[in-house]
Design a protein around this ligand. Structure first.
Ligand code: SF4
Length: 246
C-alpha cells in the first residue's frame, strides 16, 4: 500500500512537471528522431530516472528539459516587464505547430500563448481544419511581453529564438504554420512580406526539415476581416498536407 502511494505521488509530481511546461497531452509512445544536442540536454537536466535512450523518445520530457534550461530567463531586457514567461502549450507529439510573435497582455497574465481575442480566433481556425488545440503545439518567437506590444528588437530575438528552435527539435513537427510577419521573417530568416509568401509552403532546414506555411496573424485578421478568405485558403493547404502525416 505504501509502495502504491509512493508510485502515485511520483506520477503526480511527474505530470505536474509537464503541466508547468504547457504540455496538454502525453503521447502513448513515440519514435526516436532526436539530435544528440537535445538528447544530452535531457540527460544533463536529469529528467526522471530514465536512461538516455528512453528519454530520447519522450518528447514531453524533452520539452520540460528545454523549459528547465530557460529557467527564470533574464537573457534579454524583456524579463523586466513580464508577469509570466509564455513558454508554449500543446501536444509535445504534435504534427502541426503554430508559431506566433510573442505574448500580449492576456498571455502575459495567464502564462499561455494565444488566450486573448486573437487566441480565440486561432482556436476557431484550428477547429476549422478538424483539429483541437490539444492536437497542436503553439509557441512564439519570444516568450516575454514587450512594452506596448512593440516589434521585437534584434537582441531579443537572438536571445529567445534558440529556445524556440530547441522546442521545434524536441517536438519534431512535420508542419509549422507561422502567424504574421514577425514569426515568418524570423523563423525563415527572410525579409519577404507575409502577404507575398503566404499560401506557399516553405522549408525550414532544422530538425530534419519542416514544411512551413506562412499566413496572417489572427490579430491582423481581426483588424482586417477581408483577409480571412486568404487565411482560410492557406489553412486548407495545411489541412490537406496534415492528413498525409496521420
Ligand atoms: S524574451 Fe526570451 S530571452 Fe528574453 S527574457 Fe524572455 S524568455 Fe528570456
Amino acid at each position: 500500500m505504501e509502495e502504491e502511494r509512493k508510485i502515485t505521488d511520483s506520477l503526480v509530481t511527474y505530470l505536474e512537471y509537464f503541466a508547468r511546461s504547457g504540455v496538454t497531452h502525453l503521447p502513448a509512445g513515440g519514435g526516436g528522431r532526436l539530435s544528440g544536442e537535445v538528447e544530452s540536454n535531457v540527460y544533463s537536466a536529469g529528467v526522471g530516472e530514465k536512461s538516455v535512450s528512453d528519454a530520447a523518445v519522450d518528447r514531453a520530457s524533452l520539452l520540460a528539459a528545454v523549459q528547465d534550461e530557460l529557467g527564470d530567463c533574464r537573457r534579454c531586457k524583456l524579463w523586466e516587464g513580464r508577469t509570466n514567461i509564455v513558454f508554449g502549450q500543446g501536444n509535445p507529439d504534435a504534427v502541426l505547430m503554430f508559431v506566433g510573435e510573442g505574448p500580449g497582455r492576456d498571455e502575459d497574465i495567464q502564462g499561455f500563448p494565444f488566450v486573448g481575442r486573437a487566441g480565440q480566433l486561432l482556436t476557431k481556425i484550428i477547429e476549422a481544419i478538424d483539429l483541437t488545440r490539444e492536437d497542436v503545439y503553439i509557441g512564439n518567437i519570444r516568450k516575454c511581453r514587450p512594452p506596448k506590444n512593440r516589434d521585437p528588437e534584434p537582441d531579443e530575438v537572438d536571445s529567445c529564438m534558440p529556445f524556440l528552435m530547441k522546442q521545434i527539435e524536441a517536438i519534431h513537427p512535420q508542419i509549422i504554420c507561422t502567424l504574421g510577419a514577425v514569426a515568418t521573417r524570423n523563423l525563415l530568416g527572410i525579409k519577404t512580406p507575409v502577404s507575398k509568401i503566404r499560401g506557399s509552403f516553405q522549408r525550414l532546414d532544422h530538425a530534419g526539415g519542416v514544411m512551413v506555411m506562412p499566413t496572417f496573424h489572427p490579430a491582423y485578421l481581426l483588424r482586417d476581416p477581408s483577409k480571412k478568405r486568404d487565411a482560410w485558403e492557406d489553412m486548407k493547404k495545411v489541412r490537406d498536407i496534415y492528413k498525409t502525416f496521420i
